[in-house]
Design a protein around this ligand. Structure first.
Ligand SMILES: [Zn+2]
Length: 637
């Protein structure tokens, strides 16, 4: 492709306007986004909104679906100018609701022109409102570049969106293209909720990879990367993702989309996370995630999780999360289903599709379970409260994580659903399982992207349709528990138990490396964030200290900087050596620590040696965990 000349572009605009005027239903809002400056993190947008004389209020989306919180980046909205018939129209922000803008539409005006800019942030921590563009690629989230008029449901508002891309960039999205000329793309008009649910991934280095070609509707990996080399995904990995598509068919029995696009940004300079949509997902991984196993370790469970959300989260959604618009606060109390069940189904699909070996599946499960066991805050904060407080916990720092708790409904939700799955299998002598629950709950017939809400009672009812049991008490006990230990019964019923050994598993080491951590929480009781290799950056520091642990007893706390171990300058290796040596003697480990502008030595009395989580087989018990991750879908010959 090539960039059109200025004259050609004007002509194109003329053609598009004529097309839009002819094709769009009455009341359609047009939205033209100019992303040609995406490499410097700047997006321009122009809206044309039908209007009538009198007061109108325009809203910037605040509560973003899938982020479960008021994360709409209002601070990054700039350049807001409103005009009518070429004349400026004054706007005034609401005194209380900073996401609302009031306008008095003059007499004789039938449409307002709204211009705005989105100032893309450079911070790499966060979700869709963190770094989303680089020199080579951009993820465009429509909610960040539009306003919508108050008073109508996003399902009633129609938007005709167009996008101008940097020269030569390719793109993918769940939206349907109406017309494309050069770098200008015009999308078919859709409702506002459909538009916001359909971000656009674009980039200079781009590759589309069809998955499981024998399956309808079609599935694709859409890769945009910071380099051409990063697109070189192996045939083996493509085969495993194809198998993931087949396994979801076997598990859910139906699909609720017309096509599915895994939109994948591969860059070390964007935020790393996944965000679900009905017919696509926004997956952001390290640049070399598909070509380097070292990085893949931390991201390999991402796609099965986000894909599962098309069923659990988009097609079925807790009533409290299916809000009337983007300003109404969401109620997060059922996130242990929305996220917890998705996490469980995502990890078993990782096993079933071959993305994880059975050993890797168990290593992941051991790590997440052990982290919950080292979460002291579970004695004051029940799991249900982590869900209800999700919108503040997503942004909470890692410091004090053990005592505060985090968004534990993912990993503890996994244990609860494993507990439920193995309970069903036991009660029915292996005749039924959570697979049957999925068939019932996700309604085994194909539809387009519809939404069906559910409540706690609906979850209990679907479980009872699989096998009669006191599921209400089963769930309530686990959700409201303040016991020290997480719900481990599912692992035990699965034929395994959580133990601690002296050697970290490969998955444990991979996660430590990717996150720049030295994780000795199961021995000394602390998690160390390693020094940033950038000159002038702070040295290794304590990210968290587990209450009650040897490090805690010594008086250490999060944020302190680790300077030395037993008289030597700190390094991860020196610390590990000290832990092993302390096992053989009775002397405490001496840590030289900087706390603000003070330096002091702390004595940690610990002689238990290295400890890392692992699942160990219970002798003579059937391997139900192995059965749970057994493939359900035959691979085509
Ligand atoms: Zn999720």
């Amino acid at each position: 492709m090539r960039k059109p000349s200025a004259v050609a572009l004007l002509l194109l605009f003329g053609v598009f306007c004529a097309t839009l005027a002819a094709a769009n239903p009455p009341g359609t809002i047009t939205l033209a986004v100019d992303a040609t400056e995406a490499p410097r993190n700047l997006l321009h947008a122009k809206l044309t909104v039908p209007a009538a004389a009198g007061p109108m209020t325009f809203l910037y989306p605040e509560w973003i679906p899938g982020e479960h919180g008021p994360t709409g980046p209002i601070v990054d909205l700039a350049g807001l100018k409103i005009t009518a018939n070429g004349k400026p129209v004054a706007w005034r922000r609401d005194d209380v609701d900073l996401y609302a803008f009031h306008v008095d539409v003059p007499q004789g005006v039938s449409a307002l022109e709204i211009a705005l800019d989105y100032l893309g942030p450079v911070k790499e921590q966060g979700y869709s409102s963190a770094a989303s563009a680089t020199q080579q690629l951009a993820m465009i989230s429509w909610n960040q570049v539009l306003l919508y008029p108050q008073g109508k449901s996003p399902r009633e508002l129609t938007y005709a969106a167009s996008l101008r891309l940097p020269a030569g960039w390719k793109f993918a999205t769940a939206l349907e293209v109406a017309a494309q000329t050069g770098d200008m793309v015009e999308f078919k008009p859709v409702t506002l909720n459909f538009l916001i649910d359909s971000p656009v991934l674009s980039g200079a280095h781009f590759r589309l990879v069809p998955l499981a070609a024998e399956i309808t509707p079609p599935h694709r990996l859409d890769l945009a990367a910071d380099s051409e080399a990063a697109l070189d995904i192996s045939p083996e990995l493509v085969a495993e993702y194809s198998q993931l598509v087949r396994e979801t068919g076997a598990l859910y029995g139906a699909r609720h989309y017309w096509h599915y696009d895994f939109l994948i940004s591969l860059s070390d300079h964007v935020a790393h996370f996944g965000l679900e949509h009905h017919q696509s997902s926004d997956n952001r991984m390290r640049e070399r995630a598909f070509v380097d196993g070292y990085f893949y370790a931390s991201g390999s469970g991402l796609l099965p999780h986000e894909f599962t959300h098309s069923w659990n989260g988009k097609y079925r959604r807790p009533a409290g999360l299916a809000t009337a618009n983007y300003q109404e606060p969401m109620k997060d109390d059922l996130l242990w289903v929305y996220e917890g069940l998705t996490q469980y189904l995502g990890v078993i699909l990782s096993g079933r599709s071959g993305l994880w070996t059975p050993q890797q599946f168990r290593e992941h499960l051991a790590i997440s379970t052990a982290q919950l066991e080292a979460t002291a805050g579970r004695t004051w904060r029940p799991l249900i409260d982590t869900a209800m407080a999700a919108s503040i916990l997503y942004e909470a720092p890692h410091e004090w994580e053990s005592w505060r708790r985090s968004v534990d409904y993912y990993d503890e939700g996994t244990l609860i659903w494993l507990d439920a799955d193995t309970t069903i299998r036991e009660l029915t002598h292996g005749q039924r399982s959570l697979n049957d629950f999925c068939r019932i709950f996700f309604d085994g017939h194909d539809t387009g992207p519809e939404l069906k809400t559910y409540t706690f009672d609906d979850v209990v009812s679907a479980l009872n349709q699989v096998v009669a049991h006191d599921w209400r008490a089963f769930l309530n006990t686990r959700l409201n528990s303040t016991t020290t230990r997480p719900p481990l019964a599912g692992i035990g019923r699965g034929g395994w138990k959580l133990v601690y050994t002296e050697t970290p598993s490969p998955v444990f080491q991979g996660l430590e490396a990717v996150q720049h951590l030295t994780d000795v929480r199961y021995s000394l009781g602390m998690v160390i964030r390693e020094a940033d290799p950038t000159p002038g950056e702070p040295p290794a520091r304590l990210r968290d200290v587990i209450p009650g642990s040897p490090a805690w007893q010594a008086g250490l706390g999060p944020g302190m900087k680790l300077l030395g171990v037993n008289g030597r300058v700190y390094s991860s290796t020196v610390l590990h050596d000290a832990i092993r040596e302390a096992k053989l003697g009775s002397k405490p480990i001496q840590l030289l620590v900087q706390n603000g502008s003070f330096i002091d030595t702390y004595s940690v009395s610990y002689h238990g040696g290295e400890r890392y989580p692992e699942l160990e087989r219970i002798p003579n018990a059937p391997d139900m965990l192995g059965e749970i991750i057994r493939s359900l879908a035959p691979q085509p010959k």
